[in-house]
Design a protein around this ligand. Structure first.
Ligand SMILES: Cc1ncc(COP(=O)(O)O)c(C=O)c1O
Length: 364
């Protein structure tokens, strides 16, 4: 039987080797074997991205939002402000999270699907000396827009602020030069371009930030970045982790290191190029201009006469899961991601099937 191909932006199709890792022996997280597993993951994460000298990985059980909440709730000194740059659902989620923690929150908005204006970012930094942390979504999954993370990071560093990047759907899918972007906190998850399962997420924190974090009063008991870091450095966890998901992530990281981050990014980029050529030939309309598109997600207008549920169900019947637009885009677009262990043959089959579905839905 053909498997279901996941074209949603995570959870993704994983390799058989990663799936089999779930079946390793039952394990107590207070035993040495779990400590070894956790330290192996923490070390592979920073090595995979070539940042082992300057960053530590701090893991948490939970989806990407868990690690994001750990970073956002722990990163801001008392009396200072966070600037959230927003152009989609996930930027808006960061500001909602910051407000839930009663952080002084400033927002800089551009319309969904449009990159931020660098001059506006610089003006905001000049006019608001209280801003300590700037938060940006690397790849805004709402539309498939790749934000100018390096250019904004350079401005943040020039003005001596800290930079928090939500790279939950960006890491290992699109390039992120930690040095050039001056990233202080980078949030990622196991189940997107890292090709693991949902249930573990992480913050890659610049080591020199840790003494500052130690002085910030605890805002969340579960998601305190500093305390989780301290425990993990000692080989311990504060709470019960999703053990089996860690087994699978460890193997997924072996695969990432074998493939290399650079080659994975190229693989995704080639897949996106092939899909987009096909979408264009079908006359589908893109939401984001070519120069701002990520390597891993394409947002397309629903063709005339087609509804999302109709298109989704037709494709699902043929073994492909696509993704709806969010909020104000839910009626007008659909999204196709190309993350995970998907073959060129499967992408070609998707294009052929989509072409048939579109002619059928515009006729019906
Ligand atoms: C950029 C970005 N941030 C945050 C999230 C939330 O991640 P999760 O659903 O794993 O909590 C997502 C999920 O797609 C995302 O794409």
């Amino acid at each position: 039987m053909k498997r279901t191909v996941l074209l949603n932006p995570g959870p993704v199709n994983v390799t058989e080797r990663v799936r089999q890792a779930l079946l390793k022996p039952d394990l107590c997280h207070r035993e040495k074997e779990f400590t070894d597993l956790m330290q192996s993951i923490r070390s592979k994460l920073v090595r995979a991205f070539g940042i082992q000298n300057d960053y530590d990985a701090v893991l948490t059980t939970g989806s990407g939002t868990a690690a994001l909440e750990m970073a956002v709730s722990s990163c801001l000194s008392e009396g200072r402000s966070i600037l959230v740059i927003r152009n989609g659902v996930y930027g808006e989620r960061i500001s909602a999270m910051a407000e839930a923690y009663r952080l002084n929150t400033l927002c800089l908005d551009t319309p969904w699907g449009e990159p931020p204006v660098l001059d506006d970012v610089e003006q905001a930094l000049k006019q608001n000396p209280d801003i300590e942390v700037v938060a940006l979504v690397h790849h805004e999954t709402t539309t498939g827009l790749l934000n100018p993370v390096h250019e904004i990071g350079e401005l943040v560093r020039k003005h001596k602020r800290r930079f928090l990047v939500d790279s939950i759907s960006g890491l290992a899918g699109d390039p992120l030069d930690f040095d050039r972007a001056g990233v202080d906190f980078c949030v990622g998850t196991a189940n997107k371009c890292l090709q693991g399962f949902p249930g573990v997420s992480f913050v890659l924190v610049r080591k020199t930030e840790l003494p500052r974090l130690a002085k910030i009063p605890e805002r969340s008991h579960y998601f305190n970045l500093y305390k989780n870091h301290q425990a993990q450095e000692k080989g311990d966890t504060l709470f019960t982790p999703a053990v089996q998901i860690h087994y699978a992530l460890d193997v997924a990281l072996d695969e990432l290191i074998e493939e290399t981050v650079t080659d994975r990014i190229h693989r995704y980029s080639r897949a996106a190029a092939m899909l987009r050529k096909g979408f264009q030939e079908m006359g589908l309309e893109f939401i984001v201009p070519e120069e701002h598109r990520s390597n891993t997600l394409t947002a397309l207008k629903l063709p005339k006469g087609a509804t999302y549920p109709g298109l989704h169900d037709r494709l699902k019947g043929k073994g492909f899961v696509i993704y709806a637009g969010q909020k104000k885009l839910s009626e007008s677009i659909f999204r196709i991601a190309n993350m995970g262990d998907v073959t060129t043959e499967e992408f070609q089959r998707l294009l052929d099937t989509l072409k048939n579905c579109i002619s059928a839905s515009t006729l019906s």
